[in-house]
Design a protein around this ligand. Structure first.
Ligand code: KG4
Ligand code: ZN
Length: 350
């Protein structure tokens, strides 16, 4: 079965083709093309929805052509078309979604509306030889921080989430405060590698509370109060380079400590022995190192997507679409996009 996936929920226009061949252990990603708009939005310090939507329209035909060429396949060979239906920016979602529906209609093939968060959550399993197994999912993206008890495809229980800023959002907001370019996660990560994570002790909210929810909004306030103590101007550009790196290392470690602590607590509670971590923040170098070390000590199998599949991509949408298509679970062409789409099949604890 050959599935074409389209992703356009935020600032990446992406198309991928994924193929499942009976008898093979895992599907093959034939192509995964991403056209990023980051340099454009960086000029404004964040994503401008109208610009994102307009650029998806301009970029999508070329990205689609390239993905088909790289895969060596034609539209006629595709068995199902999948696209992100939400959550995300509504006008951005509409571009990829309408394109996938139009292709499905023209080719006379089924359409699958995919939840972006489900795409992230399943992404560690694209390259996992055993395929999807019951596990604890930790999704850490720009918009969401979720802990999910995953029993199988479509069987999800949301057991923890951020009550305010997501982990990626915390990285981005602190970076903005430090006058670092958008998106802030990779910028903080880079500087943190040269910094001392113990010099500044930032808060680790809710870390020791027994529930599995997160709160990251206090971090930006802590950094805001720290700046004037370091330079009278409060201007981050007046900081010496080492202090900047130490601040970044302190912020990064505070976020990592909370993420790992809550994940370990959730593993104990659910008795899962497999942890899968996904979303843009999961390419953070220290998070990957420290997760690997903690999981090894606790004899937990850790599954991480390759770096190229952590931030937004269409391979994860095609893969989620493939699992749904294999189960014959298709979507009608009048399925709307939903900027606040919740994880399907996820029962949320009160
Ligand atoms: O999953 P993603 O591409 O988009 C959403 O669905 O939100 O995640 C983007 C987020 C941004 O907040 C970005 O700053 C963060 O992932 N990010 C990182 C790193 N690379 C990307 N955060 C920390 N360290 C990184 N290396
Ligand atoms: Zn995402």
């Amino acid at each position: 079965m050959l599935v074409l996936g389209i992703e356009s929920s935020c600032d990446e226009t992406a198309v991928a083709l994924i193929e499942e061949t009976p008898g093979e252990q895992q599907p093959r990603v034939l192509s995964s093309v991403i056209s990023t708009q980051i340099p454009l939005h960086r000029l404004y310090g964040g994503v401008i929805p109208e610009l994102a939507s307009r650029n998806h329209s301009t970029n999508l035909p070329g990205v689609l052509k390239e993905a088909l060429e790289k895969a060596g396949r034609s539209i006629r060979e595709v068995d199902a078309f999948a696209s992100t239906a939400g959550p995300g920016l509504v006008a951005a979602l509409l571009v990829g979604n309408t394109a996938a529906k139009a292709l499905a209609l023209a080719a006379g093939k089924p359409f699958v509306a995919v939840n972006h968060l489900e795409g992230h959550m399943l992404s560690p399993f694209i390259t996992h030889p055993g395929g999807l197994v019951p596990h604890l999912g930790l999704v850490v993206s720009g918009g969401h921080t979720l802990i999910i008890n995953v029993q199988g495809s479509g069987n999800y229980e949301l057991i923890g989430r951020s009550r305010d800023d997501a982990a990626g959002e915390a990285f981005d907001k602190v970076a903005k405060m430090l006058d670092l370019p958008y998106p802030g996660g990779p910028e903080i990560d880079k500087r943190a590698e040269q910094g001392d994570p113990t010099r500044f002790k930032f808060p680790r909210p809710m870390m020791h509370e027994s529930h599995l929810d997160f709160s990251f909004s206090g971090l930006k306030t802590a950094v805001l109060y720290t700046l004037p103590k370091l330079v009278p101007s409060g201007n981050p550009n007046d900081l010496d380079e080492q202090t900047m790196c130490d601040l970044c290392a302190g912020v990064r470690q505070a976020i990592i400590d909370v993420l790992i602590h809550k994940a370990m607590r959730a593993l104990k509670q659910t008795r899962h022995r497999v942890l899968a971590v996904s979303g843009g923040v999961s390419c953070n170098s220290a998070l990957r190192r420290q997760l690997a070390e903690r999981c090894k000590r606790a004899r937990i199998e850790l599954i991480l997507p390759p770096n190229s599949l952590t931030t937004d991509n269409a391979a994860m949408i095609a893969f989620a679409g493939l699992l749904r298509a294999q189960a014959g679970d298709f979507s009608s062409l009048d399925t709307p996009v939903d900027p606040n789409l919740k994880l399907a099949g996820a029962q949320t604890r009160a």
